[in-house]
Write a protein that binds this ligand. Sequence first.
Ligand SMILES: Nc1ncnc2c1ncn2[C@@H]1O[C@H](COP(=O)(O)OP(=O)(O)OP(=O)(O)O)[C@@H](O)[C@H]1O
Ligand SMILES: [Mg+2]
Length: 270
Amino acid sequence: MLEIRRAYKTFNGGTPNEVRALRGVDLTVDDGSFVIVIGTNGSGKSTLLNAVAGGFALDTGGINLDGADITAWAEHRRAAMIGRVFQNPFSGTAPSMSIAENLALAARRGRRRGLGWALGRSMREELRDRVRRLNMRLEERLDNPIGSLSGGQRQALTLLMASWLKPKLLLLDEHTAALDPKSADQVIQLSGEIVARDRLTTLMVTHSMQQAAHLGDRLVMMHRGEVIHDFRGAEKQRLRASDLLSRFEEVRRAEQLDESAADMLRRLYV
Ligand SMILES: Nc1ncnc2c1ncn2[C@@H]1O[C@H](COP(=O)(O)OP(=O)(O)OP(=O)(O)O)[C@@H](O)[C@H]1O
Ligand SMILES: [Mg+2]
C-alpha cells in the first residue's frame, strides 16, 4: 500500500518565483490498484510522483510504502521498490548497450554483485521470452544497441525493465506522450497488460482523456497542488472522456471567476 499524508512542497520559497507545487496531498492507494492521475499543466502531477520516488524531500508530510515509512529514504534506496517510466524515451535505458544487456541490468537490480552478471543461457532464455511477449519482434534483435530502436520500442523495453522485478509501485509519467499515436496505443496496451498480470500498484499520469477514461480502476484529478476529484469503483468505470473534459471546463470557469473576483477586489482597494 502507498500512503501519502498531508504532503506539502514549495519550490523557491520566499522568492518571487515561489511555487506551491503540493498543497496538502492526501492519497492512499491499495495494493494492486491502478490509479490514473490527470490535471492541467503545472497542477503538481510530476511533483507528486517525484516526491514518492524521492527526487526531493517534502517540506512537511509523510510517505509510507509497503509498510515502511520511506519519507526520509534517499532516492536510490526507494528505487529498489519503485519502477519508473518517464515521458522521454531516451531516459531510462543506456543507448550504447544492447537490449539484452539493458534487460540483464534491470533483472539483477538490487542483487549482490557477481550473481547473474554474465548473460548465462537461462537468463538469455528468460529475456527472450519476456521480450517476445511485447509482440514487437525485438526478440530477434537482443544484441542490437537500444539506441537503434524507435521511441515506441524503447518505451516498451523501459516498461519491461521498470516492471521486471515486480516493484511495490510503478510510476508512469506521461510515458506515451512523445510517441506517435500507433506506438502510444501499443505501449498503453502493454502497460495495461503488465500492470494487470503482475497486479502492480501503479500511478500513471496522462493528458489523454481516452487513456484516462479507459484505463485503471481509480482516477484522481489534481489542481494547484491538490487532489480535487477522486473517482473509484463503478464511478470510475462509468467515466467517459467527455465527462473528464467537462471537469476541466469547470476548473477553468472557477478559475476565471476567481480571477474576476480578484480583479474586482483589486479595483475596490487600489
Ligand atoms: N524543481 C523545480 N523547481 C522549481 N519549480 C518546480 C520544480 N518542479 C516543479 N516546479 C513547479 O511546480 C509546479 C508543478 O509542476 P509539475 O511538474 O508537478 O506539474 P505537472 O502537473 O506535472 O504539469 P505537466 O502536465 O505540465 O507535466 C509548476 O509550477 C512547476 O513549474
Ligand atoms: Mg508533469
